[in-house]
Design a protein. Structure first.
Length: 145
């Protein structure tokens, strides 16, 4: 089984990202983000962390699920990174912890989730508490190119 970090996007939507593509999870005060004018609505801004500057996106907004609460005093950010890429921060409602499942448990998301989400997903894992959407982190990282 592979290890995934679970992220809460909304009350009824949980995502999972492969642990190997998630560099770390940080909680930062909202004033640490530098706003950049004329950027798409899903771009929260730039942040400097460990001497590296990178973009932070509002993942619920990217997926058309509404904005993260604008009055948040702090953001929970998962930092995605593949080998030679600049990191990308994805801000989420909450980080729920770690889960494990095998690749054969990942099923097609077609017909189960909103069609707008499908390009960003590897699939879904059905659970009694609700489906976990398995994010294709490489597709999210490609947004910064």
């Amino acid at each position: 089984a592979q290890t995934y970090i679970q992220l809460q996007l909304s009350v009824d939507l949980t995502l999972a990202i492969e642990m190997q593509l998630c560099q770390e999870v940080i909680v930062v005060p909202s004033d640490r983000l530098t706003l950049v004018p004329n950027m798409p609505a899903q771009v929260l801004g730039l942040i400097s962390h460990r001497s590296v500057v990178f973009w932070v996106i509002d993942l619920p907004q990217l997926f058309g699920l509404g904005f993260l609460e604008p009055s948040l005093q702090e953001y929970q950010i998962a930092i995605l990174r593949s080998l030679d890429e600049v990191p990308l921060g994805i801000a989420v409602g909450a980080v729920k912890g770690v889960t494990r499942f095998s690749p054969d448990q990942i099923l097609s998301p077609i017909g189960v989730v909103d069609p707008g989400l499908i390009p960003y997903l590897r699939g879904i894992v059905p659970k009694p508490s609700g489906n976990i959407l398995v994010l294709d982190a490489e597709k999210i990282l490609a947004l910064t190119e």
